[in-house]
Ligand binder design. Structure first.
Ligand code: ATP
Length: 561
């Protein structure tokens, strides 16, 4: 993706119109330089003939400027919107593991600061184009006045831009560093918003966070940006100094170089002074151009890191299955922990999940339950082994479609404002039915697919997430410690009624839980320890609630009252 491509994307005609308007504005500006000079030296009789061209050029300059700025502002907004869409789609299509590695802060900073920097450049583009044309026009005019003076002017501009080029690499390095610091700053913003309660309860902690952690992150961004800007300011000052030097040469050339052409020198100085404004416009926009280049470079690199390998969203809707048997054979997944140079390995796992059955996945913190759930749901790719769907081995490129078989409530679930389901006329009724089952009908209603409120307790919000998952009506459902923050009464409703209902609907259920009181309700109980299945029990087919040990040691089960 290039800056130019971002602007032109989907609106070539508009871009050409904006460019033409900028060129017209620049040409009218250059014509004004010529006309002012002609009018200045015109005799009283010839002066009126310059009035109409002057007025016309001024009018064209004004109209073209309004047109080009409006069109480029529109293009800039469109480019910003398109860029954010591209990033959002890449995020949704990216493999979960890559998203976790890239981190939320970098994605946030890409969607906000980086995207805005790219758009800011779009607003500055008409100024760059228009002013460049004015400068070019003025140079042509200077050539007609005196080729020697033009040569001096061009040599000055080359020297001036050499200053920019020399500082460019260091400027880009500082701006790139500022971008990386900005990712860390966004991480601290998240901590600030998410940790307000902890900070309010401990003023010492709040001060250290504000004065050391946050201030450090703010400083790092400011320091790098300031260094970049200071280098640009030096290059800018150098350019301006050379500009004045040229005017000085022209003024004093009257004495040495072209003593007999005082009028030429005056015209030259006036043209040069007129060009000063456009030149400042160009110089002022160069930092934006640099920041946009750095921002777009960061966006491109992050998108490349996120790029899916045939694992994106399925293009077409995936045909629904009513019931599914999943079998994992020798499936593994590892996390490399750089700091300790250690790998946490889950598996190899052999496991079968059947329709109408609830498999409880249990074990201590950090033993790999959520990782296994992410593998089963296709959020993580298996590094080894096979997953079979109704006996058929899953091919890696089919993982996007495979994931569509699942509805899940993870422990770090997100509750969207609306259900995001296709409205079929019965959606609200079905949703309100579930709200009744989950004892939430007195608090929340669903109208036009949207919850009336999400301002609820954590346990109640989790119930809403369960409503959303059940409405998806997928053949496999995963609950990651769903009942952990439910009251004892509702735990009972969940394990007995809701799971019972879903089993009766022939759903394949995976329930991650620490509620040992309800273990005997499982049809299959799997215990993990350090990434390995250490115990496995299955329900007695004659007396379903009781579990018998299928492998390994017996699980300590408390009776269900
Ligand atoms: N995003 C991650 N990056 C690196 N390592 C991770 C990541 N998530 C988990 N791990 C590692 O994998 C191990 C298993 O984590 P997992 O979340 O699967 O455990 P869990 O059994 O679900 O724990 P809990 O009961 O606390 O939710 C952890 O001990 C940790 O070392």
């Amino acid at each position: 993706m290039s800056l130019f491509g971002m602007l032109v994307r989907g609106s070539r005609t508009l871009f050409v119109a904006a460019l033409l308007a900028s060129l017209a504005c620049g040409a009218a500006g250059a014509a004004l330089v010529l006309l002012i000079n002609r009018a200045l030296y015109a005799s009283a009789e010839t002066l009126p003939q310059w009035l109409a061209p002057f007025a016309a050029a001024a009018l064209v300059a004004m109209l073209a400027q309004v047109g080009s700025r409006t069109l480029f502002a529109h293009l800039g907004q469109r480019a910003l919107g398109a860029l954010r869409q591209v990033i959002a789609r890449a995020v949704v299509a990216a493999p979960t593991r890559r998203l976790e590695t890239v981190g939320r802060a970098r994605i946030q900073s890409m969607l906000t600061d980086d995207a805005t920097n790219v758009a800011t450049f779009c607003f500055g583009l008409p100024i760059l184009v228009t002013n460049s044309v004015v400068i070019l026009g003025a140079l042509i005019y200077l050539a007609t006045l005196s080729p020697l003076l033009l040569l001096i002017a061009v040599a000055t501009m080359v020297l001036g831009s050499a200053g920019y080029h020399l500082s460019q690499r260091r400027v880009l390095r500082h701006l790139g560093q500022a971008g990386r610091s900005q990712d860390q700053l966004f991480g601290q913003f998240e901590a600030l918003v998410g940790g307000t309660k902890e900070l309010k309860l401990n003023s010492g902690k709040a001060r250290r966070f504000l004065d050391v952690v946050l201030a450090g992150a703010v400083d790092a961004v400011a320091r790098n940006r300031s260094r970049g800007m200071a280098l640009l300011a030096i290059a800018d000052g150098w350019g301006r100094f050379l500009f004045m030097a040229v005017i000085g040469v022209a003024l004093f050339a009257r004495i040495w170089v072209v003593p007999e052409h005082a009028g030429v020198v005056t015209g030259y100085v006036i043209a040069f002074l007129y060009v000063m404004g456009p030149l400042e416009g160009v110089l002022a926009n160069i930092p934006h151009l640099n920041m946009a280049r750095v921002a777009l470079g960061r966006i491109n690199r992050t998108l490349a890191e996120l790029a899916p390998e045939g694992d994106g969203l399925p293009a077409a809707p995936v045909p629904a299955r009513s019931e599914v048997t999943l079998a994992l054979q020798g499936v593994t997944h590892g996390y490399y922990h750089e700091r300790d140079d250690e790998v946490f390995t889950l598996g190899p796992i052999d496991l079968t999940l059947r329709p109408g059955e609830a498999t409880f996945l249990v074990g201590g913190n950090g033993c790999g339950k959520t990782t296994l759930a992410k593998l089963i749901t296709g959020l993580y790719a298996a590094e080894a082994g096979t997953i079979r769907v109704d006996g058929e081995a899953l091919a890696e490129p089919g993982r996007g479609a495979y994931r569509q078989m699942f509805a899940a409530v993870f422990s770090d679930f997100h509750l969207f404002e609306t259900l995001l389901e296709t409205a079929d006329g019965s959606l609200d009724a079905r949703a309100n039915d579930w709200l009744r089952k989950l004892h939430l009908d007195h608090k929340v209603t669903v109208k036009d697919g949207a919850f009336s409120t999400r301002d609820l307790s954590q346990g109640q919000r989790k119930r809403l997430a369960l409503v959303a998952a059940c409405l998806e009506d997928r053949p496999v459902m995963v609950f990651d410690e769903w009942a952990a923050d439910q009251d004892p009464l509702f735990k009972d409703v969940f394990y007995r009624d809701i799971l019972g209902d879903l089993k009766a609907q022939r759903k394949t259920l995976l329930v991650i839980t620490h509620d040992d009181r309800y273990f005997p309700l499982a049809d299959q109980l799997i215990k993990l320890d350090r990434g390995q299945i250490v115990e496995r029990s299955v329900a007695d087919p004659v007396e379903p609630p009781a579990l018998r040990v299928a492998a390994g040691r017996d699980l300590s089960l408390s009776p269900v009252s």
